[in-house]
Design a binder for this molecule. Structure first.
Ligand code: ADP
Ligand code: ADP
Length: 229
């Protein structure tokens, strides 16, 4: 991101002059108080929101995209390079675990024969192959989040963006989700994770980008959480 600003239509200035470079294969935490701009930062990365000013570039699979400038009709193509995981999972409640993950491949028109082996492969990776036939509400919160992670990685994105992925989970389950994200990162996927989880940030040391009032106030390799909440 180069000099990225975001002003919402109601006049709220959420980000002010963000300058940051995240390299392929990194694992990055984004921390900061509520309302500081973490979600906005994350949403700009997957083009859920657009920057008011500045440049956001994404390089994936040898192609570079100006995220801030791409045309509407290119958005689905760029989104394939990015997997997103949310605090509230956002699974489709009437579809099974298998179908939730397969659906992400169907929408990008993956050849039918390729779908089943890949879905089973990622369900195995998140240790949920045995739950393929279950509906989301038959799973624990941690299992639901692992399904959401499987769905996010099934199309082999270059980057996983997670907005408070452990926000609704107990400490033990949160650490398990963190381990799953670390596994994915070890396989080469870049991970950017907004979090309030002090325990995880201070235990599993990675790069920490701290945002306050819309500005990056700290950016450290193997950083600390740095807040009391
Ligand atoms: P965080 O994720 O750190 O809690 P956000 O990025 O959600 O912060 O919010 C940053 C600021 O932008 C806050 O003041 C918030 O109220 C405001 N904001 C977020 N989304 C919107 C929106 N859609 N419209 C107007 N203001 C918004
Ligand atoms: P494996 O190939 O590892 O033996 P299975 O073919 O037994 O796996 O499938 C495992 C589970 O995946 C099944 O129990 C089923 O719930 C689910 N599954 C497989 N294919 C589909 C499909 N096309 N639609 C919905 N669920 C499926």
């Amino acid at each position: 991101m180069q000099d990225v600003w975001k002003t919402y239509p109601n006049g709220t200035v959420a980000l002010q002059g963000i300058e940051v470079c995240i390299k392929s294969g990194e694992f990055v935490y984004v921390v900061g108080p509520s309302g500081s701009g973490k979600s906005t930062f994350i949403k700009l990365m997957y083009r859920e929101e657009t920057a008011s000013k500045g440049q956001i570039m994404l390089t994936a699979d040898g192609e570079t995209f100006a995220i801030s400038r791409i045309k509407e009709k290119q958005i689905p193509y760029v989104r394939r390079k990015i997997g997103v995981v949310f605090q509230d999972f956002k699974l489709l409640p009437r579809l099974t675990v298998y179908e939730n993950v397969a659906f992400a491949m169907e929408v990008i028109e993956t050849p039918v024969k390729d779908i089943k082996p890949r879905v089973m492969e990622v369900l195995e990776l998140v240790r949920l192959k045995h739950k393929a036939r279950s509906l989301p509400d038959q799973l624990s919160g941690g299992e639901q989040q692992r399904v959401a992670i499987a769905r996010a990685i099934v199309n082999n994105p270059s980057i996983i963006i997670a907005d408070e992925p452990t926000g609704n989970l107990d400490p033990e389950t949160s650490m398990d989700i963190m381990q799953t994200l670390l596994d994915i990162n070890r396989r080469g996927t870049t991970v950017v994770m907004a979090t309030h989880n002090k325990e995880i940030v201070n235990t599993v040391r990675k790069r920490v980008i701290a945002i306050e009032a819309g500005r990056i106030i700290r950016d450290e390799q193997r950083g600390e959480y740095g807040y009391e909440d």
